[in-house]
Design a protein around this ligand. Structure first.
Ligand code: C5P
Length: 314
């Protein structure tokens, strides 16, 4: 399959380009169930899609040989290793289409963050390609195929709240476990973490003993709590990046009594604070921190839906 062209300018959008919102996710809890023979791990995790996202534009390209991907972040590779190009290649392979695309990606979601930003981009690319070409594939097809390019892409074809098992690609829609307007703060040091390195460093003996289906019931009944929002990947992430544990403690202390739970998302390095409306949150006095307020979102009739306009994203 031909490589994508790389272009540096973002101002050459075709006049017929269509905008798509590419969300990210958090894991409200993440249990590692077992290490598998294929190098992956079976998980049991409650994923929720959030309104922190990237802006993408898509247009049909007249090229017969390659897609064009432009991005405002020059640290992101634009070749076949980019999940957007992998997603378009997979969509063409599965549908038999030869259509090429022009894609613009404006990044807001940090990488190495445990927020699935790149996975969201891949899901959005499959969705947009299918949309612009008259929907040759069903949503169920897209969900099924998406597991081929990464473990946490399928959640972006869910309704937004999903209990995920297998590598993370087996998605079961659940009713939103928390109100969608629950205030959530994301804080991440400038340094990211590599997912394979965190899974590799995981000591299976150090896992929480909680039954994941029990956690799913408890979060619905009791809301977010530290004893429920467990993440088995915290231990290896905190040992690689000790400042994460400090950040977690600080987010708990600074929020006072209004803080319900503070935990790491995915394989890190984002720390999530869930609090009451009146929690002042962590006042960033440090430019080395990424900080964003976000909310949980759901998907209705193909569109990502938030109950009111987006909160501040810094
Ligand atoms: O599926 P994805 O490409 O996102 O996974 C990246 C890496 O993270 C895998 O190669 C594997 O090392 C690790 N991983 C894992 N178990 C999972 C998901 C990812 O060990 N369930």
């Amino acid at each position: 399959v031909a490589a994508a062209a790389s272009a540096s300018s973002l101002d050459a959008a075709p006049s017929d380009a269509t905008s798509f919102f590419s969300p990210s996710k958090i894991n409200l809890f993440l249990r590692v169930v077992r290490r598998r023979d294929d190098g992956y791990h079976d998980l049991a995790s409650l994923f929720h899609v959030i309104d922190l996202g990237d802006d993408m534009k898509f247009a049909l390209s007249s090229s017969t040989t390659r897609d064009t991907l432009v991005c405002d972040d020059d640290t992101i590779p634009l070749d076949d290793s980019n999940l957007v190009i992998k997603a378009l290649n997979l969509w063409r392979e599965k549908t038999g289409s030869e259509q090429r695309f022009w894609v613009e990606l404006k990044k807001n979601v940090p990488h190495g963050a445990g927020l699935g930003g790149g996975s969201g981009n891949a899901a959005t690319a499959m969705w947009a390609a299918n949309d612009l070409c008259g929907k040759p594939a069903s949503e169920a097809d897209l969900l099924l195929w998406s597991g081929d390019i990464g473990s946490d892409i399928s959640v972006f074809f869910s309704t937004g709240a999903a209990y995920c098992t297998g590598r993370g690609e087996i998605v079961e829609d659940v009713d939103p476990p928390l109100p969608l307007d629950t205030p959530i703060l994301l804080v991440k040091p400038n340094v990211g973490l590599s997912t394979p390195a965190i899974f590799k460093a995981l000591d299976l003996d150090g896992r929480s003993a909680e039954d994941p289906l029990g956690l799913l019931e408890k979060i619905k009944a009791e809301g977010p709590k530290d004893s429920i929002c467990v993440n088995d990947l915290e231990a290896p992430a905190f040992s690689k990046l000790p400042e994460l544990l400090e950040l977690k403690k600080r987010l708990k202390a600074d929020g006072g009594d209004g803080v319900k739970s503070v935990f790491m998302s995915g394989s890190g390095s984002t720390i999530v604070q869930i609090g009451d409306d009146d929690v002042p949150g962590f006042v960033a006095d440090d430019d080395a921190l990424f900080r964003a307020k976000t909310r949980l979102i759901t998907r209705k009739k193909g569109e990502w839906y938030a109950p009111s306009p987006f909160l501040e994203v810094k």
